[in-house]
Design a protein. Sequence first.
Length: 185
Amino acid sequence: MDDVLFRRALEEDAPDIQRLIEASIRVLGGKYYNPKEVESSLIHLFGVDSTMIRDGTYFVAVVDQKVVGSGGWSYRLTPFGGDQATDVRNAAFRDPLKDPAIIRAMYVHPEWARRNIGQRIIRACEQAARVAGFAKMELVATLSGVDFYLKQGYAQQERVDIPLPDGAVIGAYRMTKQATDITSG
């Protein structure tokens, strides 16, 4: 994996991240969601979160100047979704002494899936959140991500149905992990 550069996302990465999200949701998410759900989710839910980029908590994997993976963690109350998911956005801060850090916006390009890119990004996110004082991680996993997160040591909690303005519903699961279960490798 020497040809993959892992770094913090920059604002100028946003168009490439958006293309990555669209490819990931259409191909990998398309195995779990119908075409209406996929397209609706790209309009109303999944997209670039510019706040995470500005906060310095969003990472990208780059190969030959192409973004092939992304993901981040957040100390804000927003649980999921890109800039367009205005119904769930909340810029207020979480308290690391009582609230979990949120793992968010994990995407891998379908051509780069199953090459440990997601695993390396999530480890970087978990370590950074732990250094920031968070004792627990939480995320909302799409159906296409549940198995990945289980393999990363997350425990599946309750199902979460995310209604979208056009009537589509995106099924997902809330998942958690204790910081003591986070490895450095």
